[in-house]
Ligand binder design. Structure first.
Ligand code: DGY
Length: 321
């Protein structure tokens, strides 16, 4: 079947996703799951009609310029698309899609894990027991912050932000949010809208980041904005590391002004930030917000839905470019 589109899948996807991909496409997979360096990514794309990458494949403007004319669509296996230069793709006439909705529950779970891990000193306690250093108990031992009844600030009230807000309501938290536009009352569910980032930050006992990385949002959590948070607030980031100035975050954590941070994403990935890792009041995970069996299938299927729509001459539902 030579007329089937050829699709490059550069990372290891689930068996169910690969099985479905093989039904309609001639699939090229990267069997050992290594991250293609720039040159290898370009080379691997030369004889394909489509690519189904993750956020680990960087389609910068120069990579996109080197793609062949036959490659017509980048169907991402991610909701975030900061790894793709959308303007460059548009200029080349390459369609770009993502996978919204299907990862909102999984990512909200990780946001709540990060909140609780930070508030209740999860990493510190785990390390202490694991390392055999737990030789003491007192009412004054390992005391953390209770989140029940506190104010939960959501920066970016999109799909993940809304589900995370729902979960926070389960802890009796009062939800506040800032978003480019105010939500309708049925989506707002009583959450308090703030028309500026500063106004939101001033009331956020816990601040959870859920906005995309854009030139406007890169570094938006910095020394100035961290200073607006209430004393001993908690920062949660499950969106993208680039939103946060990590040096300013480290300073706020060291000074105690910020009680703790729960982070699933970092400026440098993989790897993270060794100085953040040296602080007891940071709860950290290795970018696993969407990493559940159910969600990995759903993300792959959603990316395939977009490919199917494109190659059948329809409109992919998640078309960004
Ligand atoms: C996303 O979908 O953007 C997640 O961060 C995983 O890539």
């Amino acid at each position: 079947m030579t007329d089937r589109p050829v699709v490059l899948i550069p990372r290891k996807l689930t068996a169910a996703v690969l099985e479905r991909a093989n039904e309609n496409y001639n699939v090229i997979v990267n069997d050992d799951d290594h991250v293609f360096p720039r040159e290898e990514l370009i080379a691997a794309c030369q004889n394909v009609d489509a690519v189904l990458p993750c956020h680990s494949e960087h389609f910068s403007a120069d990579v996109i310029a080197a793609l062949p004319d036959r490659l017509k669509i980048i169907a991402n296996h991610s909701v975030g698309v900061d790894h793709v230069d959308l303007d460059a793709a548009k200029a080349r006439g390459i369609v770009v899609t993502n996978t919204p909705d299907v990862l909102s529950d999984a990512t909200a779970e990780i946001a709540i894990l990060c909140m609780l891990g930070a508030a209740r000193r999860g990493s510190e306690g785990d390390r202490m027991v694991r390392d055999g250093r737990w030789n003491f108990w007192s009412p004054a031992f390992m005391v953390g912050r209770q989140v029940t009844g506190r104010r939960f600030g959501v920066l970016g009230m999109g799909r993940v932000g809304q589900v995370t807000a729902d979960r926070a309501r389960g802890f009796g938290m009062e939800v506040h949010y800032h978003n480019r536009s105010r939500l309708s009352p049925d989506k707002e569910k009583g959450a308090i809208f703030h028309d500026s980032v500063e106004s939101l930050l001033a009331v956020s006992d816990v601040l959870s980041l859920h906005c995309p990385t854009t030139p406007d949002t890169i570094g938006m959590i910095n020394a100035d904005t961290l200073a607006i948070l209430p004393d001993r607030a908690i920062l949660v980031n499950t969106a993208r590391g680039a939103l946060v100035d990590e040096d300013a975050l480290i300073a706020a954590l060291k000074s105690g002004r910020l009680f703790a941070a729960g982070l699933d994403v970092f400026r440098t990935e993989p790897g993270g930030n060794p100085e953040l890792a040296s602080l007891e009041n940071v709860f950290m995970l290795p970018h696993i917000g969407s990493a559940t069996f159910e969600t990995r299938d759903a993300m792959g299927f959603r990316a395939l839905d977009n490919l199917d729509a494109f190659f059948s001459g329809g409109a992919p539902i998640d078309r960004l470019v």
